[in-house]
Design a binder for this molecule. Sequence first.
Ligand SMILES: *Cc1c(COP(=O)(O)O)cnc(C)c1O
Length: 434
Amino acid sequence: MGDGPVDPRRRVPRTDTLLADPVLAAATATLGREQVKAIVSHAQGRARRGELNPDEVRDAAVAALPTPGPRLVLNATGVVLHTNLGRAPLSSAAVAAVVAAAGHTDVELDLATGRRARRGRGALDALAAAVPDAGAVHVVNNGAAALVLAATALAAGREIVVSRGELVEIGDGFRLPDLLESTGARLREVGTTNRTTLADYAAALGPQTGFVLKVHPSNFRVTGFTSAVGVRQLATLGVPVVVDIGSGLLGADPLLPDEPDAASTLRAGAALVTASGDKLLGGPQAGLLLGDVEVIDRLRRHPLARALRVDKLTLAALTATVNQPETPTRVALHADPGALRERVERLRDRLGADGRKAEVVPAVAVVGGGGAPGVELDSWALSLPERYAAPLRVGDPPVLGRVVRGRLLLDLRCVPADADEAVRAAVLRVPGDD
Ligand SMILES: *Cc1c(COP(=O)(O)O)cnc(C)c1O
């Protein structure tokens, strides 16, 4: 060691120091140690050549990591099915099933005979067992795909008769009428925005009719002078009735009395029910089609079905979800407000012990995901100064709350109970000066 100024190259952080950085260490889990090491040594090289200050090496390496895929977020928004957060989180049973199905699988093979088997029969059998009123079942990519397949196979070049009160926009500019007409089917609109009668439907029927469509207006409510025709009445018209129930409830849920379910809708006489897999069912993104055997057969055999078919990972997650329906979505929906309050109070007390002032406030959670717009769920939230919102959102793991009148509310209803400690640690990582 000489007496002169330290050679800047000597101060370039060592590889093992950099690999111990929490962000870089976490990256080795997904990218592998060799790739992260290469990124680190590239940044060290730039510092040795004088292109970077030694204290910029860590940040340069982090910035050079590939953009990560979707990250796990702690959902403290109080919105159970948050569309921007990927709607339903999978149950641990579904996650385990996805992991198990990620290699070679028997998704299309009967191991007993060694012969080709019906693709995804586990999911189809589980759905058929859960909804015995369905003669047959088919699964496609999402709810929109289910409608496209139904419209194409049953009404291309013909008419779909639908109430003007049910031509809805689901969200993000996705409009049902545009989707249906993109298949080559024509919409025959009947009734008015607020009132449609059985006679309106009857007057529109003719040789051109493909089917009557009933859409659950899942993200808004029309109140006042209204009237709509139920499935039971529509089924008397003598043409197939297709019902888009949206949310994917297989059976009735007393907590959500206005949400239609597949079993009741089929019992009322629907020939076909379409629904999403990642809303109230609490499973993976998927489109469920349940209905009469002949109708489902026509859908399955249509060439378009191949383009809409689901991946083995989806089938694995769906099977596990239907077989074991105590999903995180159900748990969050049915969480007891008293128990939520205790969790929030415990969190407040523990943060208080670390010098962080937070309050416990009542909150209102919602179903979200374009479902059950009239339902309010009593909940409890931790209230923090608004300045916590941004650092928590960009933290690791990100914690997403809701800003209301200058306060950040963290509603624990959709946070798994075993993640309260992660929320506490995330709050403590935000520099505290309050
Ligand atoms: C959500 C929804 C859809 C679209 O389903 P995706 O699974 O998002 O494609 C269609 N119709 C209704 C009534 C819905 O609620």
